[in-house]
Design a protein around this ligand. Structure first.
Ligand code: ACM
Length: 602
């Protein structure tokens, strides 16, 4: 009993100061430390596998210290599958570390964990001895990226995959066609990319290269070609396949009349059979996503009939069909995977019908919701019990994301979803997640992600332009702003479309202000628990900085008024009201905490 207590306590202590994200299944503190100060040595013992050797090479380049022995049981599947074991065991002792895993997938996850441990700021004398047993809660942990509305060049895809590997996400869902662009080269039907893409598409070689790059990091690539709706970019080159007379052209705007394949035309199925056959060889994964969302011109029956035919075509190419939750239909065979985006109800209904499902409702990065909210959305279900819930995917639709701000729209918030999908359901402490997300932010920067570099670059350009004014305070302001949701942006700039440059303040500011949650937690500590002088002084330092900030921007005017009132202990009703409203398409993210402080009158 007493030992159990000690173990439980040491687990808690270690968890408390750990930087690991996602948190492992179990962590037990050991005795002593593995000393820092020597160059990292990694030895692969026993079986060598090209992916593992390449991963070890990358990890050596990251730096670190100590000795790490790696051993795997088998080479893993030729095409990574949903059912592969991703577990690993990592033991750090004072003389060195040992990582064992059934296959390279687990070993690669363990390398990421080891890499995070080596960064532990709490262990200046070296890495604390520890035993980690780890495996994911869900097998399907994805990130969906729309490259149709804004094209993302291959280096942006590489960075995204790098970030995914760091947080153990294992499915890259590549949304490759939509009304706004068709993004893959087809040899069989070249007008798809010629008429559907403005020349911005991936060549077949680039696709193969990305698939390999992902595989090297333990990530599957699931392509999505959205049919029968959202098909304007297909029909631009092949209008005879569409419903109605056309003309069909690629959309520049975010909405338009339905452009839909005509499900009554036999040639549509011949076309899709040949096209999907071509893509099936390019994308080796067992799953193939056919979209199926938002088809308002077809009846449910028409779409269900279309999907049944499509499923047969895909089965002929040895692919399992996946689609958005609109395709859920009792007449569809049970092996079709349903991606729930309109609400958790669709996932529950999927599971009730005995079908496999994944959750995306609640994980949309483009809605600009805080990590804390996404973090608490749980796919539920009983993993490993029947088809049921396989996991989830966080999604980025790119109406307002470009190659330049891509990384900041995804990271670090996607890390919160990654933890939800990997770690035990009981890991739910939001302040602790925030603390580790901030450390992940730095880690990702060191891995080459551009979320911070491009933020600084975009602000520099804005500061040089006459609007919002040449000002050293722009960064201070931008650090406490957040972009409005998709809906707000569409209301504020209804004419914005694919050709609108994404170079305004709203495009630069980070989706989640780290200063805002740090300040908010500081205010809560001050008001509710330890009302210490030190907390108050730290609050006042922020207030003085903001009260004195000089930038010619309406959001700054509000920030200055709120900070000044908070310092003076003054309540101004108009200012408090203004703090509740967006400023154009921006939110003052420290507004709620400032209002709370002012209303508390302390
Ligand atoms: C979707 O967000 N239309 C799947």
């Amino acid at each position: 009993m007493r030992t159990l207590w000690v173990v439980a306590l040491s687990v808690l202590l270690l968890r408390g100061e750990s930087r690991l994200l996602p948190a492992p299944y179990s962590v037990h503190a050991g005795q002593g430390r593995m000393a820092a100060g020597t160059d990292l040595r990694v030895e692969v013992e026993g079986l060598h596998e090209p992916r593992l050797d390449a991963a070890v090479e990358r990890f050596r380049k990251r730096g670190g210290y100590g000795l790490l022995r790696v051993r795997i049981g088998s080479a893993g599947n030729a095409v990574q599958s949903l059912d592969e074991d991703e577990s690993y065991h990592l033991e750090v002792t004072s003389t060195g570390a040992t990582l064992t895993a059934p296959n390279p997938l687990g070993a690669m996850h363990g390398l990421e964990t080891f890499s995070q441990l080596a960064r532990e700021p709490a262990a200046p004398g070296g890495m604390e001895a520890v035993t980690i047993e780890d495996h994911p809660r869900y097998r399907w942990r994805g990130l969906m990226l729309d490259v149709s509305r804004h094209f993302i060049p291959v280096d942006g895809i590489h960075r995204t995959l790098e970030g995914m590997a760091a947080v153990k996400l294992n499915v890259f869902h590549w949304h490759l066609s939509d009304d706004q662009g068709f993004r893959v080269e087809s040899r069989r039907y070249p007008r798809l990319q010629e008429s559907g893409s403005d020349g911005l598409f991936y060549t077949r070689d680039q696709i193969r290269e990305v698939v390999q790059y992902a595989r090297d990091r333990g990530i599957r690539v699931v392509p999505e070609f959205d049919v029968p709706g959202h098909a304007a970019s297909w029909l631009a080159g092949y209008p005879e396949l569409g419903m109605g007379p056309g003309p069909f052209h690629v959309f520049r705007t975010w909405a338009g009349h339905d452009a839909v394949f005509d499900p009554a035309k036999p040639e549509v199925y011949e076309f899709l059979d040949r096209f999907l056959g071509e893509m099936a060889t390019l994308f080796p994964d067992a799953y193939f996503h056919i979209g199926g969302d938002e088809v308002s011109t077809l009846s449910r029956g028409q779409q269900a009939e279309f999907n049944r035919k499509l499923r047969k075509i895909l089965a002929g190419h040895a692919k399992q069909m996946e689609g958005w939750d609109e395709i859920l239909d009792p007449a569809l065979p049970n092996d079709v995977l349903i991606q729930s985006w309109r609400g958790a109800k669709a996932l529950a209904e999927t599971v009730r019908q005995g079908r496999p499902g994944i959750l995306s409702a609640g994980y949309y990065l483009n809605l600009m919701e805080p990590s804390s909210k996404m973090y608490l959305v749980d796919p539920g279900g009983e993993p490993g019990d029947g088809p049921g819930v396989l996991g989830g995917e966080t999604c980025l639709w790119t109406e307002f994301a470009s190659a330049e701000n891509l990384d900041s729209r995804i990271w670090p918030r996607a890390g919160a979803v990654a933890e939800r999908l990997w770690s035990p359901a009981s890991v739910r402490d939001i302040p602790d997640m925030h603390r580790r997300l901030a450390l992940l932010d730095q880690e990702l920067e060191e891995l080459g992600l551009q979320h911070n570099a491009n933020y600084r670059a975009m602000l520099r350009r804005l500061a040089d332009s006459p609007k919002p004014g040449d000002s050293p305070g722009l960064r201070t302001l931008a650090d406490v702003l957040e972009p409005g949701s998709l809906g707000l942006r569409r209301r504020v700039t209804p004419l914005a479309d694919q050709t609108t440059p994404l170079d305004r303040l709203v495009d630069a500011v980070r989706p989640e202000s780290v200063v805002a949650w740090q300040f908010s937690e500081l205010v809560d500590r001050y008001l509710h628990s330890r009302k210490s002088e030190a907390n108050r002084e730290e609050i006042n330092r922020w207030l003085r900085l903001w009260a004195a900030n000089r930038v010619n921007h309406p959001a700054n005017a509000l920030l200055v008024r709120l900070a000044t009132d908070a310092l003076a202990g003054r309540r101004n009703r108009q200012t408090l009201e203004a703090a509740k409203r967006p400023i154009g398409d921006l939110h003052l993210a420290v507004g709620p905490a400032l209002v709370k402080l002012i209303l508390a009158g302390k």
